[in-house]
Design a protein around this ligand. Structure first.
Ligand SMILES: Nc1ncnc2c1ncn2[C@@H]1O[C@H](COP(=O)(O)OP(=O)(O)OP(=O)(O)O)[C@@H](O)[C@H]1O
Ligand SMILES: O=C(O)[C@@H](O)C(=O)CO
Length: 409
């Protein structure tokens, strides 16, 4: 194994697994730290559900994953975080990077969440989503990690005792040698600007030999070449059978996708009240799914910001999120037990719960369904899944993803 990735959520893990697979590496996605031997690979992505975990837990899990990956031969570790830098004042990005850097003996670390293909760019240390600052992109209303400050130097600075420095676009545009020189000057975490894929390739070249990087999936674009890999297309055979779309994401993109898909398919909305007072359970939702003649109905809890806020005030933010996630976990388990063969899951926390529910161990990476979203095959079962990050995919994503999971081009 050459590259080991620790991802702080499941959609993020599948996002970077696609980048590495398309860059020519045999890549495996592992749902947590494997208890058994895993098949041979060039890159392994360990998916944690640590983005919103308590800091100490996130640090402990990340260090365990790091030890497992280095033990299997990984010489370079990437800590994959969200391209919208989802985190809170407490962490978990700063504390995890600190702990990993200390474990690996690295004294300066590149931190770059840019993902230009999906509109995320970093310029003058600020994160943009398309042409808006992060803090005006909708992410200021995220249910668990509202992002209200677009200056990543400040955001990261609040999470770590390490100095936070900046490598500006002007340096990146001069090439890898200049980036390497800038990184050598200080013991620090460096927010590195990147506005296009070319910048990420430059940063990738500058990262040759570095033991630790932190970023979105874009940070991996230039790394495989350092190990001699050339781009390729992962293959996908398709899985036939009944499908389901499960969404707990409340992002703008997911809500637009739901509104399109709801016109085409039967849908069941689980409101926060329904879940909290037991009106809907995993059993009742599974009965509903199996009773639909449509081949891929929709079950969702994807409320607008006002409804989310009201539910959080009524029940507590973490309590309501956890109860909804548990319902999706148990629903996924129930549905797979009843023969569901294709699942599209929307939302990182939600996907962590869904993957747990289906009891996945190793997921093979197939072709791309959208930028940042691959088709995945669960273990060697006839079960296909897509883990869609909240803000990824166009408005027709659920329809096209379902068809492609089945093998349509
Ligand atoms: N009506 C609601 N009220 C409060 N919380 C909700 C509601 N519906 C869903 N949630 C919670 O909101 C959270 C959404 O996070 P999730 O990571 O699944 O989506 P996302 O943030 O859009 O995706 P990503 O992390 O991939 O960008 C989940 O914990 C979910 O349980
Ligand atoms: O980087 C992203 O935006 C995604 O891979 C993700 O992490 C969403 O949870």
């Amino acid at each position: 194994m050459k590259i080991g990735v620790i991802a702080d959520d499941f959609t993020g893990a599948s996002d970077i697994a696609l980048t590495l697979a398309e860059a020519g590496m045999k890549t495996l996605l592992l749902a947590g730290i494997p208890e058994q031997e895993c098949p041979d690979c060039d890159a392994a992505v360990i998916s944690l559900k640590s983005r919103t975990a308590p800091v100490a837990e996130a640090v402990e899990q990340s260090l365990k994953a790091c030890d497992w990956l280095t033990d299997k031969g990984a010489g370079q570790i990437v800590f994959k975080v969200c391209s919208t830098f989802d985190s809170t004042e407490a962490g978990n990005i700063g504390p995890v990077v600190e702990a990993l850097a200390e474990r690996l003996g690295e004294t300066s670390v590149i931190v770059c969440p840019a993902f230009p293909e999906n509109g995320r760019s970093v310029y003058q240390g600020h994160l943009f989503v398309g042409d808006t600052l992060l803090s005006e992109s909708g992410m200021q209303n995220h249910p668990l990690t509202p992002m209200t400050d677009p200056d990543l130097r400040r955001v990261l600075g609040r999470q770590t005792g390490w100095p936070v420095a900046h490598v500006p676009f002007l340096t990146v545009s001069k090439g890898a040698a200049q980036v390497s020189d800038a990184l050598a000057a200080l013991r620090a975490m460096f927010i590195v600007d990147a506005i296009q894929d070319e910048d990420l390739h430059t940063i990738g070249t500058a990262a040759k030999g570095r033991k630790l990087l932190c970023g979105g999936s874009g940070i991996a674009l230039g790394l495989p070449l350092n190990f001699g890999f050339q781009p390729g297309s992962p293959s996908w055979a398709g899985v036939a059978g009944k499908g389901v779309v499960l969404s707990g994401s409340c992002s703008l993109a997911t809500r637009a996708q739901i509104s399109t898909y709801r016109d085409l398919t039967p849908s069941l909305e689980l409101t926060a009240d329904d879940v909290m007072n037991g009106t809907h359970t995993a059993q009742s939702a599974a009965d509903w799914v199996m009773a639909q003649s449509h081949d891929a109905p929709l079950v969702y809890s994807s409320a607008d910001p006002e409804a989310v806020k009201a539910a959080q005030e009524r029940y507590g933010r973490d309590v309501v999120a956890e109860r909804i996630e548990l319902l999706f976990r148990d629903l996924a388990a129930e549905l797979v037990g009843r023969g569901i063969a294709r699942i599209v899951s929307a939302g990182g926390e939600t996907s962590g719960a869904v993957v747990k529910g289906i009891g996945a161990g190793t997921l093979g990476v197939g072709g791309r369904l959208a930028a940042g979203v691959p088709a995945l095959r669960v273990d060697d079962r006839a079960l296909a899944i897509a883990l869609k990050s909240g803000n990824f995919g166009d408005k027709d994503f659920f329809t096209t993803a379902m068809a492609r999971l089945a093998g349509d081009q």
